[in-house]
Structures are given as structure tokens and as C-alpha cells.
Design a protein around this ligand. Structure first.
Ligand SMILES: *Cc1c(COP(=O)(O)O)cnc(C)c1O
Length: 347
């Protein structure tokens, strides 16, 4: 099977497994795991933060971060299709009493004016006050969209004046960096808290980090334990993270090339379905509006040909490239998918 459902499906390589086997470990709840500690220090330094916290999932890293910024009954604003409001099952409300409001943006691309238009800090005793803004980079459901650093900078400048915090959901910030050339330090500069994932395109089996200042990370460490995610000898997982950072960042460029190749092949037969110039990174969204066959049915046909994709809406398919998809497999997909799409519009 050629698995393009997500970049979460990657399996640790032999070399990564060997690094995990060799990891020095200790009880991380006691702060005794040297490999987890060094990973937290390393990733925090990479983005210019004082401290970091290893978490089992990106959702937990996001949730620990936003609860440091937003008090119960206060408001976090974010884009309508961002992971924090679409794919974390209401965790901000369920766990932290945080309310949310959203703005919608084509491809999830940040335009600073959008959040600024709906932000309402210090709203007094009758209306909810906005406390923080979350930005997703790259934007997953938007199609791997890389956010403009100019818009991020403009949003930071204006929101600081309004007394608002900013959180970066950087699950795929690695892809944004490789595509844009913007440094991790530069990305980190504009945010109060950051989450990053090691288990997406970087290929680690488990692991994310939440980054911020020492006080917020110390508090998040307590909340992580309270949520039941205080872990013991996690150096074996942290070693996979170190390995991923050492070996798997630059190669994301290959995934981006492969994604563009898929998009171009489909575009050649059905130009309205996908614009390759809008494929910034490793995610390809096919818009099958107007086709005689549903996205689910096309996905079923793909599966028969040994290709797995995600149906993300009645007329939308998502394909994600990653380090376990080879150039040869992309050639195979390009010999099957465009024909299927073409047929779907002709029938
Ligand atoms: C995958 C992802 C996360 C974290 O997901 P987990 O499955 O909880 O690790 C967070 N944000 C975005 C944008 C993601 O794509």
C-alpha cells in the first residue's frame, strides 16, 4: 500500500530504532531523564525559548500551551479550520474552560487583519474578552499552507499593543521552515508559546514539545502530570526526536517536491481540482466539486489500486507525502490518480 493518508503514518527507520535502543534514560517525572531533558533544551533553544516540555501528542502540547495563556471563560481566537478548534475534540473547553471564536481564511492563510478585526480584549463585564490568538503553520486542513512571516510580524506588532498573547501551532513548522527558508528562531520570536510535532514529517513514532518561558513550562509540567501524561523513561522516545532533528528536516524538501508532482499530474487533466502553485509543502488537497463521483468513491477506487488517501469532505480528498513514500511510488500514483479524476469529471 502507498499510504498518503497522513505524514503521521511514518514508521521509525532501523537507524532511528538503534538510536532509541542506545538512549540513556531516567525517571522523567523526577526530572531524571537526560535524553528528554536534552531534547527539551535543544528544541527550546532552536526556537529561542527558555524551556520546553516533551508531550506524547501535539494536541496535548497545544492544550498545555493555551491554558497557560487563556483563563477559564476567556477567549482564544483562531482560523475556522485550525487543528485546535477542529481536531482536538473541544479540549480547550472541556479541560480549560476556554471559549473560542474563529475567522475563516482561504487555504487557512493568515492575514493579520482577520484576527485583529474580531479580537475583543478587555471587553468588560458583559462580553467575553479575547486573550490569545493561535496561528497554525503550516496550516493542515488549509493544504499545508506556509504562513507569511510578514503577516505574522504585523499581527504580533498589533496584538502586543492590544495586550494579546500569541500561540503557534507548529506541528509542521519544520515544513514551513524548509519551504520558506525562514529560521526557527525567527518563527519563534513572535509567539509566547509554541507547539511542535516530532511524529509527523520528521518520522519519530511519538512526541511533541511545548515551548515557552520557564514559568509557563513549569506550570505546564504540573498540568501534564495532572492530565495523566507524566511519563517515566521517555529517553527512548526523546532519542527518536533527537535523531529526527539530526536527519529528517532537510529531506522534507523531497516530500514537498513529491506533493507538487502529484498536484501537477492531476492539474494537467483537471485544472480546477488543484493548483500546484498553491501546494506549499507536503499536503495536497483535491477539490472535486462538480465531479460525478464523490470524494469517498474516488478514494475507494484509489484503495483498489493500492493507494490510501483521506476523504476530508464530501468533495475533498487529501494526500500527504512523507519519508516513507518513495519517488517510484509517486510515479505509480501519478499513473493512477489523474486518470481517476479525469473519469470522475467526464462520466
Ligand atoms: C497533527 C497535528 C497536531 C497534533 O496532533 P496529535 O495527533 O495530537 O499529535 C496539532 N496541530 C496540527 C496542525 C496537526 O496537524
Amino acid at each position: 500500500m502507498i499510504d498518503l493518508r497522513s505524514d503521521t503514518v511514518t514508521k521509525p527507520s532501523e537507524e532511528m530504532r538503534a538510536a532509541m535502543m542506545r538512549a540513556e534514560v531516567g525517571d522523567d517525572v523526577y526530572g531524571d531523564d537526560p535524553t528528554a531533558n536534552s531534547l527539551e533544551e535543544r528544541v527550546a533553544a532552536l526556537f529561542g525559548f527558555e524551556a520546553g516540555l516533551f508531550t506524547p501528542t501535539g494536541s496535548l502540547a497545544n492544550q498545555l500551551a493555551i491554558r497557560q495563556l487563556v483563563k477559564p471563560g476567556e477567549e482564544l481566537i483562531t482560523e475556522t479550520f485550525s487543528h485546535i478548534v477542529r481536531a482536538e475534540l473541544g479540549a480547550g473547553a472541556a479541560f480549560s474552560g476556554i471559549t473560542t471564536r474563529t475567522w475563516e481564511s482561504p487555504r487557512g492563510a493568515l492575514v493579520a487583519g482577520d484576527p485583529l478585526r474580531i479580537a475583543r480584549p478587555d471587553s468588560g463585564p458583559n462580553q467575553v474578552s479575547t486573550t490569545a490568538i493561535a496561528v497554525e503553520n503550516t496550516h493542515n486542513f488549509g493544504g499545508g499552507t506556509v504562513q507569511s512571516i510578514d503577516e505574522i510580524r504585523a499581527l504580533r506588532e498589533a496584538s502586543l499593543k492590544m495586550g494579546l498573547y500569541m500561540h503557534l501551532d507548529g506541528a509542521r513548522i519544520w515544513n514551513a521552515h524548509v519551504a520558506s527558508g525562514v529560521s526557527f528562531l525567527e518563527y519563534g520570536k513572535y509567539f509566547d508559546t509554541v507547539s511542535v510535532c516530532l511524529s509527523k514529517g520528521l518520522g519519530a513514532p511519538v512526541g511533541s514539545l511545548m515551548l515557552s518561558n520557564k514559568e509557563r513550562v513549569a506550570s505546564a509540567r504540573i498540568w501534564r502530570k495532572r492530565y495523566g501524561a507524566g511519563m517515566r523513561q521517555i529517553g527512548m522516545l526523546a532519542a527518536a526526536g533527537h535523531f529526527a532533528l539530526d536527519h529528517n528536516i532537510d529531506r522534507l524538501a523531497i516530500d514537498h517536491e513529491n506533493a507538487r508532482s502529484l498536484a501537477s499530474a492531476v492539474h494537467a487533466v483537471a485544472p480546477a481540482v488543484v493548483d500546484p502553485s498553491e501546494v506549499d509543502t507536503n499536503i495536497v488537497i483535491l477539490d472535486l466539486t462538480g465531479s460525478s463521483i464523490s470524494a469517498g468513491d474516488i478514494n475507494g477506487e484509489l484503495k483498489k489500486a493500492g493507494i490510501l488517501a483521506s476523504t476530508v469532505g464530501p468533495t475533498t480528498l487529501r494526500l500527504v507525502t512523507h519519508l516513507d513514500v518513495s519517488a517510484e511510488q509517486i510515479i505509480t500514483v501519478n499513473s493512477v490518480l489523474p486518470e481517476l479524476v479525469e473519469r470522475a469529471f467526464k462520466a
